[in-house]
Unconditional design. Structure first.
Lengths: 531, 242
């Protein structure tokens, strides 16, 4: 067959040789610390590092002889730092014997490897020690919890009287900003417990996407959600005055095509990075098990007539890491969660339950809530009950995972668990999957307009700006609990959903001929939170 | 170790990406579609009889299905199989059709196989194999085949464009007495198929209740997906299938 057709622009990404592996941020974790920082925010590693694992991971079993992972390989991976960009291919992993038979599986494997590296890098101790060091404990503050590295969304999208947000580069400045933004309801407790993380709740902190409802654990407590951004994202927001509604709606921004900077290996550019995490309120007994990464926190309840600030111990149960890269302008969506959150639907059907689970009762025989049912209304937390859903704990979510993990994801989890110390709290976390735009030519389309600001992402010419996400659907049992499944548009797809995100820029109605007004916000709902 | 497939997705600097390109222009393809769907004289099927039933797991059968579909529908193979990547050293039938996240091609293959009451699917695949060097020849051979094959071909075109299945017998009845039926029965193959109709890509719209278009798309002029200069980086409809 003869193929005479148009050319596609080949995208060649130079592999960066810069090796800024480690992070020198102080372990502050929203706490006061002593020396001033010298390193501004997280650095990424642009060095090519491919999945070195021998054998196919797409089958039901791990390749024979793969485990244990060689100590030098383990060391290299666990200390490789945060990837600046994915390194993926349809054809091969680092070890040529590790090739999958299907191109898509090779790509997914490359992204899952990237996701685990990202998870390891972000959850390594904030003091710069490796994640496998003996000193790492369940409550050791992580790098993403360090206020030098990530900033909570609600500390950026401030009320008018607290604008503008600041993110100084010195420790004293960051601490001062933290104190400036300390809610008055928390100040007394903060004086007593100065090292506690502050979590400010709004509706999105307890109500799942599309207001589908709160998630209630087996102790009758709300799950709590939080959103954070890195310095690159913060800088873009501030540079373009997107931190306020008025700024977004200004004439200067009427034609702005929001386009956050991408990560890339070349030059070791970190790019824009978002986190969304979910927490469980831990009982003393649960905290004692050390099965969760946990932080002591002061949780400010959602706005209302009474807004208590509640001291709690939070256990990490869900972790979304979202990274924009030069080759994936639809961002890369990594989803981890605690392995004891919920059972798979198939495990329930087969009676293969290994409880207890955080959001599923194995003992419930009668009068159980319907599986994956939203709680009864009202959903808003009652200040008098603090973070308990009902006074009598009459409702506890009964959640199952609709779509089991693939064999490949399970195998990748097994490999990384093998590399971690057996007593590491991170053994309890598993990669659900990584969603990425699979249509390469689509994702690589950039603006041809001379002088278009970097990265010059161009979705205007695409009939489908999502560029065929793979997998098509992906849900975390704690963050997209009620939108699991595989129904187009109704079921959770990170990219498809966030592709609809907008800000407050002037709307698209009645543009002048030939003029476009798009208030699309580059796959983030953060801009909607501007006040 | 076997030779690796070409790297469509390779982000590495040493990657070589070869993209499949149109082997027949879209306009000619659409002309062929019209010809195919018009009633035509019955003629013997070109090529050998299709002895075994079509097999969705056979790469050769899938490649034949893609070549047939591309010729009939007038769109490039890569729009039907986004992970297909041509290796110019190999016969087209020996190439890897690829697996994409949606993989609607496999769903359609299975559906046609299950609903082909006249065993014509195998004949059409054989036509595609025998004429794999030219989409024009595929169209001509289909037009020269019997009514069962021709109306199945029409059903295949409609399936790709609309995600719905029209029974070949109903299409034949319509062609025999055009205008006598208010509605031609059809069934949406699946929720996935509902979103994948080529018609939406080509006209720059979306089915009711589902859209992956950019927010604010309604504020700008529609694109001509075949306008290489203005509106597309490919010159044919893009390989993106939502």
């Amino acid at each position: 067959m003869r193929f005479n057709g148009p050319n596609r622009t080949e995208l060649a990404i130079a592999v960066g040789l810069i090796s800024l592996l480690m992070f020198s941020a102080q372990s502050m974790a929203q706490t006061a610390a002593t020396p001033a920082t010298t390193q501004v925010g997280l650095q990424c590693n642009g060095t090519l590092l491919l999945d070195p694992f021998n054998g196919s991971l797409a089958g039901p079993n791990l390749p024979a002889g793969l485990l244990p992972i060689d100590a030098s390989v383990k060391d290299k991976i666990l200390k490789s730092g945060l990837p600046c960009q994915e390194n993926v291919s349809t054809g091969a992993q680092g070890d040529l014997a590790g090739v999958e038979s299907v191109g898509l599986e090779n790509l997914q494997r490359g992204f899952d490897f990237y996701s685990w590296r990202t998870f390891i890098a972000l959850n390594s101790p904030a003091d710069g020690t490796p994640i496998d060091s003996a000193s790492t404990q369940a409550d050791t503050p992580t790098r993403w919890e360090d206020m030098n590295n990530f900033k909570q969304l609600l500390d950026v999208m401030l009320p008018t009287d607290l604008q503008p947000p600041r993110w100084p580069t010195d420790l004293n400045g960051m601490t001062a900003e933290r104190e400036r933004l300390m809610p008055k309801e928390c100040r007394d407790l903060h004086r007593q417990m100065p090292d506690r993380m502050i979590v400010k709740m709004i509706e999105e902190s307890f109500n799942e996407p599309f207001k589908t409802g709160p998630l209630i654990d087996q102790n009758g407590h709300y799950a709590v959600f939080d959103i954070l951004m890195n310095r690159q994202m913060f800088k873009y927001i501030m540079d373009h005055h997107l931190n306020t509604k008025a700024g977004q709606m200004s004439a200067a921004n009427s034609d702005l095509l929001v386009d956050f900077p991408p990560g890339q290996n070349s030059g070791a550019e970190f790019g824009a990075f978002m986190l969304k995490v979910s927490w469980k309120i831990l009982t003393d007994g649960e905290a004692a098990t050390k099965n969760f990464h946990m932080r002591k926190a002061l949780v400010l309840m959602p706005p209302g007539a009474d807004r208590p600030c509640v001291p709690e111990t939070l256990g990490l149960i869900g972790f979304h890491a979202v990274h924009k890269t030069a080759t994936r302008p639809q961002w890369i969506w990594t989803s981890f969660e605690h392995s004891k959150n919920v059972p798979d639907k198939d495990e329930v059907a087969a009676g293969k339950l290994v409880g207890p689970y955080n959001f599923f009762s194995v003992k419930c025989q009668a009068d159980c809530p319907a599986v994956n049912a939203t709680p009864p209304t009202p959903w808003d937390p009652d200040p008098a009950l603090r973070l308990r859903f009902r006074k009598d704990d009459s409702f506890k979510s009964q959640i199952v995972r609709e779509t089991p993990l693939t064999d490949a994801a399970k195998n990748m989890n097994a490999i990384f668990h093998n590399m971690l110390p057996s007593n590491s709290v991170w053994q309890n976390y598993m990669l659900i999957s990584t969603q990425w735009p699979s249509e390469f030519a689509c994702a690589s389309l950039h603006s041809q307009v001379p002088g278009a600001p970097a990265p010059g992402t161009d979705f205007i010419k695409q009939p489908d700006m999502t560029c065929s996400p793979a997998p098509t659907f992906m849900a975390n049992s704690t963050l997209e609990t009620y939108s699991q499944g595989d129904v187009p548009l109704a079921s959770s797809s990170c990219i498809a959903c966030h592709g609809n995100a907008v800000g407050f820029q002037k709307g698209a109605s009645a543009p002048k001929p030939g003029q476009m007004h798009l208030n699309q916000s580059d796959f983030t709902f953060m801009l909607e939170k501007a006040q | 170790m076997r030779e690796l497939p070409k790297q469509r997705h390779d982000d590495r600097s040493d990657a070589t990406r070869l993209e499949p390109e149109s082997f027949v222009s879209r306009r000619r393809m659409l002309a062929g579609t019209v010809a195919t769907t018009a009633a035509a004289a019955v003629a013997p099927i070109a090529g050998a009889a299709y002895a075994a039933g079509p097999d969705v797991n056979s790469p050769q059968d899938m490649m034949a299905f893609l070549l047939l579909s591309a010729a009939l529908a007038g769109v490039h193979v890569v729009n039907l199989a986004p992970e297909f990547s041509q290796d110019i050293k190999k016969d087209i039938l020996d190439q890897d059709p690829g697996v994409d996240p949606i993989n609607v091609k496999n769903d359609y293959f299975r559906w046609i196989n299950a609903h082909d009451s006249t065993s014509s699917f195998g004949k059409l695949l054989q036509i595609a194999k025998d004429n794999r060097q030219s989409g024009i020849n595929i169209i001509a051979a289909v037009n020269a085949s019997d009514d069962s094959a021709k109306f199945l071909a029409r059903s295949i075109v409609l399936l790709w464009y609309l995600g719905s299945w029209y029974e070949p017998a109903d299409l034949k009845a319509n062609a025999a007495t055009p205008g006598t039926r208010a509605v031609t029965p059809s069934v949406v193959v699946s929720s996935k198929a509902y979103t994948q109709g080529l018609v939406w890509q080509i006209v720059g719209a979306h089915p009711m209740g589902y859209s992956n278009l950019q927010f604010g798309y309604w504020s700008r002029d529609p694109n001509d997906p075949n306008d290489a200069v203005q509106n597309s980086n490919f010159g044919v409809i893009t390989a993106t299938i939502p």
